[in-house]
Write a protein that binds this ligand. Structure first.
Ligand SMILES: NC(=O)c1ccc[n+]([C@@H]2O[C@H](COP(=O)([O-])OP(=O)(O)OC[C@H]3O[C@@H](n4cnc5c(N)ncnc54)[C@H](OP(=O)(O)O)[C@@H]3O)[C@@H](O)[C@H]2O)c1
Length: 322
């Protein structure tokens, strides 16, 4: 079958027209893939920045397709475990170390499959699972965002961040963001955000607080130098949820700020099966349509990755498979 297969940190992944389909475990079922979507995770794997890399593994975590004649999406997380608060040690994600979704036939546990939201086409639905799940859990399960609260979502142009923004607006929150260019600032404001500042400006945090004040919730995936500034922007009793560390470690975090303002600093990663069910329901209820940056055929995987790395992208990059 056609597949994008990881080789090694040095050689990356290659598009293969004749990849021998791997045998799946007994409780897995086979889906004929229609479309898939890239995540930053795929880029980290290609750069060797992901634990437990194995050669000859089909990449890709997201997707949608046909199972028993009906259109489906599936939860990319396997073996979450019994505790809704955190994943089990056996938890893993399609696309490393398990074979993933950049191929014609993917095997997933039967319990991970759900009916595709009917208002989304295959391309849109393929963009939803991993990023939508991550956004939903960070915003609602972990931060407990409520209507009327002020939420700041950093790096608003990213795949997960845009779902956070769409979900937060739909929930009735007051939504703010940071981003890296004037073009993205304008696009975010058109989506209904109350304020957007450019994180490349030296004093973006001071500009933010003087114009918009403090916020109740922050959702971040960048970390790095901006992290302590985001903490400082929280109201007393506020909550920051981190789900990523794109820019690495953060210095200058002040314990005094955290304890004196009674802040909650929480981690979040993808989500439980219940989070996935709740996310799909929320998307259907509010008729959320994922923001798609661009669609490439599977054979153009290299161009799709180049687009993801360009930093100019706004939303999800999708691969069509059949
Ligand atoms: N823990 C999990 O379960 C989980 C799940 C999904 C993703 N993640 C992590 O979340 C991060 C984003 O993933 P993605 O798939 O959404 O990636 P993506 O679509 O490639 O987006 C990249 C993100 O980085 C932001 N960014 C870049 N430089 C920044 C800066 N200096 N300050 C603030 N933001 C900056 C971008 O903001 P602009 O576009 O606005 O510039 C954008 O939101 C990655 O680190 C990924 O590994 C974690």
């Amino acid at each position: 079958m056609k597949a994008v297969v990881f080789e090694s940190e040095e050689n990356g992944a290659t598009y293969n027209e004749d990849f021998k389909r791997p045998e799946a475990p007994d409780d897995f079922v086979e889906i004929s893939m229609k479309a898939s979507a890239l995540n930053k995770r795929d880029d980290f794997i290609l750069k060797g920045l992901y634990p437990g890399l194995r050669p000859n593994v089909v990449l890709g975590s997201d997707g949608c397709g046909i199972y028993e004649g009906r259109p489906v999406v599936f939860d990319p997380g396997i073996n979450w475990g019994e505790n809704p608060d955190y994943q089990s040690p056996d938890y893993h994600i399609l696309g490393m170390p398990q074979h993933g979704t950049f191929c014609e036939k993917v095997s997933v546990p039967g319990t991970n499959i759900y009916t595709k939201p009917s208002h989304l086409d295959f391309t849109q639905a393929a963009a939803l699972p991993l990023a939508g799940l991550t956004a939903y859990r960070a915003l609602f399960t972990r931060a407990g965002l409520e209507a009327g609260q002020k939420v700041l979502i950093s790096g608003g142009g990213g795949g997960v961040a845009l779902f956070c923004i769409q979900f937060a607006i739909a929930s009735g929150a007051r939504v703010f963001s940071t981003t890296g260019s004037k073009d993205k600032q304008d696009r975010l404001l058109k989506m209904g955000l109350e304020g957007v500042v450019n994180y490349n400006e030296k004093s973006w945090d001071k500009d933010f607080s003087s114009e918009f004040g403090q916020v109740d919730v922050v959702i971040d995936s960048a970390g790095g130098d901006g992290f302590h500034r985001l903490i400082n922007l929280l109201n007393p009793g506020g909550t920051l949820v981190t789900y990523g560390g794109t820019l690495g470690k953060s210095d200058n975090i002040s314990p005094q700020v955290i304890f004196w303002k009674q802040l909650n600093i929480k981690g979040s990663t993808m989500g439980s099966p219940q989070d996935f069910i709740d996310m799909l329901q929320f998307v259907e209820q509010h008729q959320i349509v994922p923001v798609i940056e661009r669609v490439f055929p599977l054979s153009d995987f290299d161009r799709a990755v180049a687009r993801l790395r360009s930093k100019d992208h706004f939303g999800k990059i999708v691969l069509t498979i059949s």
